[in-house]
Design a protein around this ligand. Structure first.
Ligand code: ATP
Ligand code: MG
Length: 469
């Protein structure tokens, strides 16, 4: 993975991290606010019902008394005007005001009128046998009272109406014992409460969306700000690598050509110096290789360079055959059985030189990291519109914990260092980047002491490939 890809990954992780923390914090805060406000509003609602019921409970004894007289005919119903009866209740329930008119001349005992919104609230007076005496308000509370009611009030909610039933007791003057006098039921529609809660939730959701958007913006800004110095130093490093590699090329070319001139006239070399010349030739070859690799990696880090690869239709089997032939002498030196199994006429769109570089990195590694007398097999076939190139060896293998590092720049395993001292650790990083540029994938499976298999997958060119023209 290149430095820039790593930086992008780190940036993405950091962004997700910031955003995750902020969203979780906001979510928890909003949930707490929502729960708290819902609880508080419900509590206020219940307190209000309790106040209503307590106010009405003051009048229960009097209401019972007046109601008895009413039932016993002390009131002449015909004398009461029609509007003194509530329109939607049976005539047997007179209005509280009329019932109380004779008794409560100062209007202090009845439920305060201004508190009752007739369409939304209701108060009912029950005797001790739970028989309804009168009701105020237009609420349609049809259910009967239950048994075992709590003294402090009993809340019940049905059909968007919440009611509080308050048992009322009075103390007998002499014995100071308490006796159940009856019940008051105060009811209220919950519509307004639901609307308030709905509004609160929408407020929180909209607030949440705005907060998350701002947070996301903040996370992006923070991440970019904190990674800016690293991005700049990567950019400088890339520029330096590119410049240095470029500058090293010309002196290296001079060294290489001078050495090959020297080597082409061995008679001019003092036999004692021959080994030194060979060592210089070998070192300059390796250095050229390293410089080329560094220059290529520096170029591949820039997106413009990615576009500048010249891609043409290529027959993979021919490229692989050539590459295998290059590696053959090295394999024979180690007595390694290098064989291949290539399907023909598989075409891909790519840069021949770069693809050859990838395959030669893979085959060279297989030969280098396989002990004497081992076997390396290169295969090519098509699977599901994809060309698959497999380079399999019976070499030292790669430990599972080392596999994630294989494509990192400059990484080499301990066992690889023992097997082969020289090596830069750039070959696999280059191979991965080049394969990605070709729209393909590279992967590896391996077992320590048994061998490794590197897979390259490339999209085939249908017009000229297998099944094509
Ligand atoms: N076929 C293989 N078998 C075992 N280990 C491998 C094989 N191919 C790659 N590796 C491991 O991956 C590391 C990186 O490989 P890479 O080709 O990038 O570098 P290198 O071979 O060490 O050096 P060079 O830059 O000269 O190729 C190797 O050092 C080795 O540890
Ligand atoms: Mg290598």
């Amino acid at each position: 993975m290149s430095n820039f890809q790593q930086l992008r990954t780190v940036r993405w992780h950091l962004m997700r991290f910031y955003l995750g923390i902020m969203v979780a914090t906001l979510g928890v805060s909003f949930l707490v606010v929502e729960r708290w406000v819902t609880y508080d509003l419900n509590q206020q609602f219940n307190d209000y019902l309790l106040q209503l019921a307590e106010a009405a409970s003051q009048t229960l004894e009097i209401v019972k008394h007046e109601s008895n007289e009413h039932e016993e005919g002390e009131y002449d119903e015909d004398e009461l005007p029609e509007e003194h009866y509530q329109s939607n209740y049976p005539k047997t329930y007179p209005k509280l005001a009329d019932l109380m008119a004779g008794y409560d001349r100062h209007g202090t005992l009845a439920v305060p009128k201004h508190r009752l919104l007739y369409y939304a609230q209701g108060v009912e007076w029950f005797d001790e046998k739970q028989k309804l005496i009168i009701r105020e308000g237009d609420l349609d509370v049809t259910w009967s009272l239950s048994d075992n009611l709590e003294r402090s009030g009993n809340i019940l909610e049905r059909n968007k109406i919440r009611s509080l039933v308050l048992p009322v007791f009075y103390t007998l003057p002499k014995s100071e014992t308490e006796r159940l006098s009856g019940y008051i039921r105060a009811s209220h529609v919950t519509e307004m409460l639901d609307i308030q809660l709905e509004r609160l939730r929408w407020g929180l959701i909209i607030g949440g969306v705005v907060a998350v958007s701002l947070t996301a913006w903040g996370a992006i800004w923070l991440t970019n700000k904190s990674l800016q110095p690293i991005a700049q130093s990567f950019e400088r490093l890339k520029q330096f690598t590119a410049d240095a590699s470029h500058e090293l090329r010309s002196p290296l070319t001079v060294i290489k050509s001078s050495i090959s001139v020297l080597q082409s006239h061995p008679e001019r070399i003092d036999p004692l110096d021959k080994n030194k010349v060979d060592a210089i030739a070998d070192a300059s070859y390796r250095m050229t290789h390293l410089v080329e690799d560094l220059l290529l990696l520096a170029r591949l880090d820039g997106s413009v360079a990615l576009m500048s690869l010249e891609k043409i239709p290529l027959p993979l089997d021919e490229i692989l055959e050539d590459t295998i032939e290059f590696a053959r002498s090295e394999a024979e030196k180690k007595d390694i059985d290098l064989n291949f199994n290539l399907d023909s006429d598989i075409w891909v769109l790519g840069d021949g030189q770069q693809l050859q570089r990838v395959f030669s990195n893979l085959i060279d590694n297989a030969v280098q990291y396989t002990p004497k007398g081992g076997k390396v097999t290169v295969s090519l076939f098509v699977d599901n519109e994809t060309a698959i190139i497999a380079v399999e060896d019976t070499g030292i293998g790669i430990a599972p914990e080392e596999l994630p590092h294989i494509f990192e720049r400059l990484w080499r395993s301990e066992s690889a260092r023992i097997e082969r001292r020289e090596g830069t650790g750039l070959g696999m990083a280059i191979a991965q980047t080049l394969i990605q540029v070709h729209g393909g994938k590279i992967d590896v499976t391996s077992k320590v002491g048994v061998g490794s298999c590197f897979w390259v997958k490339l999209p085939i060119l249908r017009s000229r490939g297998v099944g094509g023209s």
